[in-house]
Design a protein around this ligand. Structure first.
Ligand SMILES: NC(=O)c1ccc[n+]([C@@H]2O[C@H](COP(=O)([O-])OP(=O)(O)OC[C@H]3O[C@@H](n4cnc5c(N)ncnc54)[C@H](OP(=O)(O)O)[C@@H]3O)[C@@H](O)[C@H]2O)c1
Length: 245
């Protein structure tokens, strides 16, 4: 991929372009069309950005300690267990993180298909974050993190603190969907947005917006622009949330 900003570089490895994060970090990584849809004609995201997007998608996963996803994304039935390409597996091994990062499903209801490969066949076992009330609905041996609930849903600050404090999962990647990403932004927990803009217009019929309702404007700082095969890769640091409107 080419880096266009801040310092132009003709050929940059995605690991280098995204690998400068240390310590606790919460990164959102999502793909969207030029007209802002996070889903394609099939209601899924893989068809939006092609192989260039998938390269960065795999890289962000390899760099993370855990991968957060919302329950509705899991209910599409298209999210399988995380896998690692050999080069990325070696990359993680040399950093003391063998195997893929665990997927962490965030669900208030815990109404999920527990027989799905995501829960039964993951190399690194999938973790579930849910409410204390719903935790009993999660079958053994799935690892559950039960947290409190507030007006905005689950206490995501508690969930993030538990993932970091109890399990040592410091660098979290949220892959969406929009509802979970919005909740994390509302809770002020997001450090960075990595948005991959695919060269496509989806239009109204299949359009899913990147975000739901934010309670306050969030200011961003542009950190990096890369490009590969027509996809634009934007990195934004979350600067601040303004007071509620
Ligand atoms: N373009 C991309 O990069 C990308 C990435 C991922 C997904 N997608 C697309 O996005 C769509 C799904 O997104 P979505 O916005 O509908 O749903 P989502 O964010 O995947 O999941 C929403 C669900 O997550 C749980 N959740 C989220 N925030 C919560 C909170 N604060 N407290 C408690 N639970 C919370 C709830 O689960 P319960 O219902 O169990 O309570 C909620 O119904 C799919 O079409 C998928 O293809 C696109």
């Amino acid at each position: 991929m080419r880096r266009l900003f801040p310092d132009p570089v003709e050929e940059v490895d995605p690991l280098e372009a995204y690998g400068d994060v240390t310590g606790p970090w919460l990164r959102v990584g999502m793909v969207l069309s030029v007209d802002g849809s996070v889903t394609d004609e099939e209601g899924w995201s893989d068809g939006l950005g092609g192989e260039a997007d998938m390269r960065v998608f795999r890289t962000l996963r390899a760099l993370a300690d855990a991968i957060l996803v919302g329950a509705a994304t899991v209910r599409t039935g298209r999210l399988g267990p995380a896998r690692l390409r050999p080069a990325l597996r070696r990359y993680r091994e040399t950093r003391g993180r063998p195997g893929p990062a665990p997927i962490v499903v965030v669900t208030r209801t815990a109404a999920l298909d527990w027989s799905a490969p995501l829960f039964t066949r993951a190399e690194t076992p999938t973790i579930v974050v849910t409410s204390r009330a719903a935790a009993a609905a999660v079958p053994d041996p799935i690892r559950v993190i039960a947290v409190g609930e507030g007006a905005d849903g689950l206490d995501l600050a508690e969930a993030v603190a538990r993932l970091r404090g109890d399990l040592g999962l410091a660098h979290l990647l949220c892959e969406g969907g929009p509802a979970l990403t919005t909740s994390l932004l509302r809770a002020g927990l997001v450090d960075e947005l990595c948005l991959n803009v695919a060269p496509a217009l989806i239009g109204g019929a299949h359009h899913t917006r990147l975000l739901g309702d934010l309670d306050a404007r969030v200011d961003l700082a542009l950190r990096q622009i890369c490009a590969d095969d027509g996809v634009l890769f934007l990195r934004y640091r979350v600067r601040s949330r303004r007071s509620g409107r």
